[in-house]
Design a protein around this ligand. Structure first.
Ligand SMILES: CC(C)(COP(=O)(O)OP(=O)(O)OC[C@H]1O[C@@H](n2cnc3c(N)ncnc32)[C@H](O)[C@@H]1OP(=O)(O)O)[C@@H](O)C(=O)NCCC(=O)NCCS
Length: 170
């Protein structure tokens, strides 16, 4: 398993992983599949802002990716980022998300960031568990703020204090 920075040539594989969740899962509340242009705009935006996009590759196949970007607009949020991590369905349960997240968290710390936030669909026990094991704390649950294919969903806000400040010990 290789972890590396994504390149434009990885975008089709990243889109395939994300679009599978968009089509048939509830982790993403987007309902319209991402096009190649969408992915290029997203990737270029991340690169222009100096935000990482990491991929996990095995045997030449991209099996997962993780990235972060701005949490909210406004200068006061400059120390906070919102991340996402997706692993191809057949490759889940092999520790790929954990590896990607550990590398992403290290990058965020190296960049001097203070908080990393994951907005996780609360019906995703794998994702909530993954985040807890990495030291994230659930700091809020927004009830019914999302809908996917007619089903109303809650959003769990999973927060990691990258600077170790202001977070409960658990
Ligand atoms: C959540 C997700 C990224 C986990 O990826 P993964 O590569 O299968 O996760 P890992 O194998 O690294 O597992 C790490 C931890 O996650 C938890 N986990 C993973 N799969 C789980 C499952 N099916 N049920 C419960 N917990 C699970 C476990 O705590 C696991 O720890 P362990 O290795 O000590 O058992 C993957 O299921 C996914 O892509 N889901 C859809 C997208 C999503 O929800 N992304 C998160 C939103 S930001």
């Amino acid at each position: 398993m290789i972890l590396r920075n994504a390149e434009p040539g990885d975008l089709a594989a990243i889109a395939e992983i994300l679009n599978d969740e968009i089509d048939s899962g509830t982790a993403s509340w987007t309902e319209t599949p991402k096009t190649a242009d969408d992915m290029t705009r997203w990737f270029d935006g991340r690169a222009a802002s100096g935000f990482p996009v990491l991929v996990a590759e095995d045997g030449g196949a991209v099996l997962g990716y993780a990235s972060y970007g701005p949490f909210r607009a406004g200068e006061g949020y400059r120390g906070t980022v919102e991340h996402s991590v997706y692993v191809a369905r057949p490759a889940r349960g092999r520790g790929i998300a954990r590896l990607l997240m550990e590398r992403l968290i290290a990058a965020a710390r190296a960049a001097g960031l203070a908080r990393m936030v994951g907005g996780v669909s609360a019906d995703q026990p794998a994702s909530i568990d993954l985040h807890r094991k990495l030291g994230f704390e659930e700091q809020g649950r927004l009830k019914g703020v999302g809908v996917k294919r007619g089903r109303r969903l809650d959003l769990a806000l999973m927060v990691l204090a990258l600077d170790g400040d202001g977070q409960d010990d658990g």
